[in-house]
Design a protein around this ligand. Structure first.
Ligand SMILES: Cc1ncc(COP(=O)(O)O)c(C=O)c1O
Length: 285
């Protein structure tokens, strides 16, 4: 595997890639990004990722150089030039160099960066036995402050939430929104199941509209699994028999402990198993 990255129009070795210390992505987290997964040389749901990137850029008033089509092309080329078949790809767009102050009127040209790295699967054990999640005290930034539907580079909210979970030896943090309802984890959406029915927080619960989440909803509909998108209270957790997380990188990951309680007897449940194998089939199709 080669080590080429994309930077502002050129594919170059990562060691040669340099961006300005005045870049607003670095100074303020002022940018948007996508993380994608390639399976056997094909980027899964590339169009959906590019649509979300364009939406994120629009929300922060950032011009996507060349639009989503150009960005998709960069991703495909990056994969080919690195001769990578199974990989994680990230494309980031920042508001470029700061010229003076945070005002965006005089912002420079956006910086566009993309790189690939090998997929980083969790140990088999995490998928076989499930992981532990902790409901953390840090709440999701309210949608009235930052639109949660964009994937921004401003990640401190999630980093601190994850740190709180890790400090308690949990794999990830379940974050509540300002209303005290379940939103998502630091980097994944969350699903629950009970009596053969799936439940996941609805889009108005301050969540990122995950592409894996949408895929799971599709697969559930296709395989006849009922699924509701609704407000979920933390007090309901004890009544669920299954819980799993979804994201591009981890796919579907079972959660078998939340705080100090077991979910579903501490083993991954049947809906998780069915949906994850359907997901694997789909990404390989
Ligand atoms: C906050 C948050 N929620 C959910 C997700 C999952 O989104 P996707 O399935 O599109 O990877 C991510 C992805 O990184 C995320 O950062």
């Amino acid at each position: 595997v080669k080590d080429l990255v994309y930077l502002n129009g050129r594919f170059i070795p990562s060691a040669d890639a340099r961006i300005s210390i005045f870049d607003r992505g670095f100074l303020y987290g002022d940018g948007v990004f996508e993380t994608m997964r390639a399976y056997d040389g094909r980027i899964f749901r590339l169009d959906e990722h590019m649509e979300r990137l364009a939406r994120s850029a629009e929300i922060i008033g950032l011009n996507l150089p060349g639009g989503p089509e150009r960005c998709a092309d960069i991703c495909r080329q990056l994969l080919l030039r690195n001769e990578a078949r199974d990989a994680l790809l990230r494309l980031s767009v920042t508001r470029g160099e700061a010229i003076g102050g945070i005002g965006i009127k005089r912002a420079a040209e956006p910086t566009v960066i993309a790189h690939v790295r090998p997929p980083m699967p969790l140990p088999d054990d995490a998928y076989r036995n499930g992981v532990r999640a902790k409901i953390v005290s840090i709440r999701r930034i309210p949608s009235t402050s930052l639109n949660p539907h964009m994937k921004s580079m401003n990640f401190l909210n999630q980093i601190l939430a994850r740190a709180e979970a890790e400090a308690c030896c949990a794999y990830d943090s379940i974050m509540l929104n300002q209303a005290g309802l379940i939103a998502e984890t630091s980097t994944a959406n969350v699903f629950f199941a009970r009596d053969r029915m799936l439940s996941t927080p609805s889009p108005d619960c301050d969540i990122l509209l995950g592409i894996t989440r949408a895929t799971v909803l599709e697969l559930a509909a296709k395989t006849g699994i009922r699924c509701e998108e609704r407000a979920i209270k933390p007090s309901e957790i004890g009544a669920f028999q299954e819980c799993f997380l979804t994201s591009t990188g981890i796919e579907l990951l079972p959660v078998t402990r939340i705080n100090d309680s077991e979910v579903g007897g501490g083993v991954p449940g049947p809906l998780y198993e069915r949906l994850h194998s359907a997901y694997r089939e789909l990404v390989m199709a």
